[in-house]
Write a protein that binds this ligand. Structure first.
Ligand SMILES: Cc1ncc(C[n+]2csc(CCOP(=O)(O)OP(=O)(O)O)c2C)c(N)n1
Ligand SMILES: [Mg+2]
Length: 571
């Protein structure tokens, strides 16, 4: 009997199809063409040409943030692969599943100075869960399948499979492909669940903190169940936003510079704190005791990855397991303990709701300012009025976008998997470049990205990508003519010795948008903010991406100053 054979590139694409992949992001080069040629023939996979590989990996990461399934990147050898390093590192630190398929010089020329031949598998190794080079045609698909299993399992992350061009162009036996599927849900040790449940049942002032792990395990309903059982307020990390609808009476805000005075107070006063798939990363704490569980509190940490338990904050009860499963176990255990919630919990919950209403009123007051200059918070609060509830929110790096766009309640998020955010790796431009992927995942939901002028200019060729594919997002540039976050530090901690943090020549970003086929407007007075955002949303609804470039002052929220400036220098 003759065994059917087929080109490796085609087998790779068939495997991706079997895994349900519908979009790949990348840029072709000679080394990766066998895969591209099979995508050309595929009825199920669309490729997006991203004009820079950084944007390919960033969009794949956004795809992962918004869907929970791996984003797929196709790049050529050498510079194609090295161009993805920064966005792959974002996915690594941010625990996002991603598959990078890269070409490599032919096996015949490996040691002979071939074009584009550097050890890209080694360059990517520290920022991937697995980085491998496959030199045998019959092992490419098995390696890919293994890579998919690894990128989705436990704490998700990126993987690299690179294949020399001759191997990719060869034929291999057509073996049956069995999809990896969704990872199983790991339950926690029942004894630990019992300890955690008893601690929670005895808590007088519990607090739940939802991180990206809550979204990763689709645990929102269980989170809400526990919060309501205990009448416990809920804080979210930036990655965890949307884990609870931000108009829920128990939603109290975030951690770190994105936090408000209420969330700090809740952290300080709570006696039992449950961290759910969250890490108290440096971006959120600056290692300051006031941003961490207080010494007297019992800290219960739940994480799928045992290596995360107690890593940044010592945990009194460390529970390894899938967040949703653990929450369900806790709820079952609590049901047998009762009675809940603690005395005084109703009054505390009412106080939280009243404080949120007060914060909201303050945000409204900021937004209503009419005299110049424009405070970035104004823009963000007004955008919340213009863009509807189902909007996908992107916040790039930078003081304006991050600290204010990320801050509750200026812009609200209502559903899980509705944000595109950087990890604590914190690369400028990552979210700006990633944002158009939102329209691929949710064509019917508006998508709005707050970004800084520095971050935007790192990746502004994303405008052309968005225009080409009509990925109609709005970038709202909070333009302070500089690298404001770093200017802040020079201003406060370096005696105002300002070097290389101010731009004196700036492009007209609105004109750049228009020249790229997008809608573009520049705003310099407060009265124009809202109408400009309305027109941008209208352009989006007509299929055109938009830039609203707003001239803002270098004004900060008090929480931002407390978080960064007062704590500088850091360890
Ligand atoms: C790729 C990269 N380079 C440098 C930095 C350091 N950095 C952090 S914030 C920032 C300034 C960001 O400027 P902008 O996007 O205009 O936002 P702003 O702080 O002005 O609001 C810089 C340079 C970084 N995080 N990422
Ligand atoms: Mg700036």
């Amino acid at each position: 009997m003759t065994v059917a054979r087929q080109p490796v590139g085609r087998a790779v694409v068939e495997a991706l199809e079997a895994e349900g992949v519908s979009t790949v992001f990348g840029i072709p080069g000679g080394h990766i063409l066998p895969i591209y040629d099979a995508v050309y023939a595929s009825p199920r996979i669309t490729s997006i040409l991203t004009r820079h590989e950084h944007a390919a990996a960033a969009m794949a990461a956004a795809h992962a943030q918004l869907t929970g399934t791996p984003g797929v990147v196709l790049v050529t050898a050498g510079p194609g692969a090295t161009n993805v390093v920064t966005a792959v590192a974002e996915a690594f630190v941010g625990a996002l599943p991603m598959i990078v398929l890269a070409g490599r010089g032919s096996t015949a020329t490996t040691y002979r100075g071939a074009s584009q031949e550097v050890s890209t598998d080694q360059i990517l190794r520290p920022v991937t869960k697995w980085s491998t080079r496959v030199d045998r045609p019959d092992l490419v698909v098995p390696a890919l399948r293994q890579a998919i299993a690894i990128c989705r399992s436990g704490k998700p992350g990126p993987v690299l499979v690179e294949v020399p061009r001759d191997v990719l162009a060869a034929d291999a036996e057509a073996a049956r492909y069995v999809p990896v599927g969704v990872p199983g849900r790991l339950a926690a040790d029942p004894e630990l669940i019992g300890r955690a449940a008893r601690a929670l049942a005895a808590a007088r002032r519990p607090l739940l903190i939802a991180g990206g792990g809550v979204l990763a395990s689709a645990a929102s309903a269980a989170l809400l169940g526990l919060a309501q059982q205990l009448l416990s307020p809920v804080l979210t990390s930036l990655a965890g936003r949307g884990a609870i609808a931000e108009d829920h009476p128990l939603a109290a805000g975030g951690l770190g510079a994105h936090s408000n005075p209420l969330s700090k107070q809740l952290l300080a006063e709570s006696d039992v704190i449950v961290g759910l798939g969250t890490r108290f990363e440096e971006m959120e704490t600056n290692w300051q005791p006031s941003a961490l569980p207080p010494p007297g509190a019992t800290y219960i940490q739940v994480d799928i990855d045992p290596a995360e338990l107690g890593r940044s904050v010592a945990a009194d009860i460390a529970v390894a397991g899938d967040v949703r499963t653990v929450l369900e176990q806790l709820l079952a255990s609590l049901a047998s303990i009762g009675p809940l919630p603690a005395e005084g919990a109703r009054q505390r919950a009412d106080r939280v709701a009243a404080s949120v209403a007060e914060l909201d009123a303050q945000a409204d007051a900021t937004a209503s300012r009419t005299e110049p200059p424009i405070h970035p918070a104004q823009v963000i609060r007004l955008a919340r009025a213009v863009f509807p509830r189902e909007t996908i929110l992107g916040v790039d790096v930078g003081v304006s976008a991050q600290q204010i766009g990320g801050a509750f309640p200026f812009f609200r998020v209502y559903e899980p998997r509705s944000t595109v955010v950087p990890s604590s790796f914190y690369g400028m431009g990552f979210v700006t470049a990633a944002m158009p992927a939102a329209k691929l995942v949710h064509p019917d939901r508006p998508a709005l990205c707050f970004t800084g002028d520095g971050s935007f200019q790192m990746v502004s060729n994303i405008l052309q990508v968005a225009a080409e594919y009509q990925l109609a997002v709005t970038w709202c540039v909070l333009n302070d003519d500089g690298l404001g976050s770093i200017w802040d530090i020079q201003h406060h901690a370096y005696g105002d010795r300002i070097i290389d943090t101010v731009f004196t020549a700036q492009p007209d970003l609105a004109a750049l948008a228009r020249a790229s086929g997008c809608h573009g407007e520049r705003v310099e007075v407060a009265a124009e903010i809202e109408p400009a955002l309305v027109r941008a949303l209208k352009a989006n609804n007509e299929g055109r991406p938009a830039v609203v470039d707003v001239k803002v002052s270098r004004e900060r929220l008090s929480q931002t100053i407390g978080h960064y400036v007062n704590t500088y220098p850091q360890p």
